[in-house]
Write a protein that binds this ligand. Structure first.
Ligand SMILES: C[S@@+](CC[C@H](N)C(=O)[O-])C[C@H]1O[C@@H](n2cnc3c(N)ncnc32)[C@H](O)[C@@H]1O
Length: 283
């Protein structure tokens, strides 16, 4: 592997480690918004008691914890993430939720350090599009699955379907605080192109591939509330925010307030739509 790629991988993971605390603080609220995607994944992967389920790029770990309940009492969840800091967040949440049939492992999506054919189901919500070689990650998922095992995963749909995320990126660019995201390479929308995920799953050797959009809604009491959540989730946004004076911060709030005017409910809540692509595939 080239030094450049290795440095890029380390930079990406370092970025995730830095926001682990924020993801932990926001985990309850994020899971409320993300629940339709977790529910889709678990309804389709359908883990049953006694099975061994692996969650990859688990972050705070919630989708896996739902699976842990489904495979109990004898089944086991392996909750994993590439960063130790995220694993600590997941460990604390498992204790909070009383989940005991779980093992924690620091695992990389592109090199899953588990034996071949060792798990019945793999779950990965919003992880595969973040890696440099998503094809390798999917091949690794298939390798660790037993024959006939199920992969249930989700990536983000097209940018225009996800204003909750793109407006935050646009405000920084339009006010001159950030460069537009580079085209290509890993990132939130890297696998959003219609048909791409199905094609990559088939190329990785999966069969019976199905993929469909799942809608989510992110709700905020105010623009300040939305900014607060974003400061916890996005290292890039937090870095810009730290450098802004009060006038600069106000111009960000004003831009976002104008941008969300079409998404304010009669009760005054901001309801931002989003869409995820959820997929089921068989090894
Ligand atoms: C967008 S968060 C999603 C977290 C969680 N799955 C969820 O749905 O809330 C992405 C997670 O992927 C992890 N991650 C990033 N690159 C990874 C890699 N190469 N291998 C495994 N995990 C990775 C990050 O540490 C982070 O926890």
């Amino acid at each position: 592997m080239s030094d450049e790629l290795q440095e890029q991988r380390e930079r990406i993971l370092d970025g995730w480690a830095r926001v682990a605390g924020g993801w932990g603080r926001q985990a309850d609220r994020s899971q409320v918004a993300a629940m339709p995607v977790s529910e889709w994944m678990l309804a389709h992967a359908a883990p049953v008691p006694g099975e061994r389920v692996l969650e990859l790029a688990a972050g705070p770990g919630d989708t896996g914890f739902m699976a842990a309940r489904m495979v109990a009492p004898d089944g086991v969840l392996i909750s994993s993430d590439a960063t130790a800091a995220m694993l600590e967040v997941a460990r604390a949440r498992a204790a909070e939720h009383g989940i005991t049939n779980v093992e924690f492992r620091q695992l990389q999506l592109e090199w899953i350090d588990l034996p071949a054919a060792s798990v019945d189901a793999v779950l990965c919500r919003w992880g595969v599009m973040l890696v440099i070689d998503p094809g390798a990650a999917l091949r690794e998922c298939r390798r660790v699955l037993k024959p006939g095992g199920r992969l249930a995963m989700a990536v983000w749909d097209l940018p225009q379907e996800n204003p909750w995320a793109t407006l935050i990126q646009r405000v920084l660019v339009e006010l001159g605080h950030a460069e537009p995201a580079p085209q290509g390479g890993p990132g939130m929308f890297a696998l959003s192109h219609p048909g791409l995920l199905e094609e990559m799953l088939a190329q990785a050797g999966f069969v019976e591939v199905e993929c469909e959009p799942v809608a989510i809604t992110r709700r905020y009491g105010s623009v300040g509330d939305w900014i607060g959540e974003t400061l916890d989730h996005s290292g890039q946004f937090a870095a810009v925010w730290r450098e802004l004076d009060s006038e600069g911060r106000q111009s960000v709030r004003d831009w976002l307030t104008e941008a969300v005017s079409d998404y304010v409910s009669p009760e005054g809540e901001i309801e931002l739509p989003g869409s995820s692509l959820a997929a089921l595939a068989q090894a």
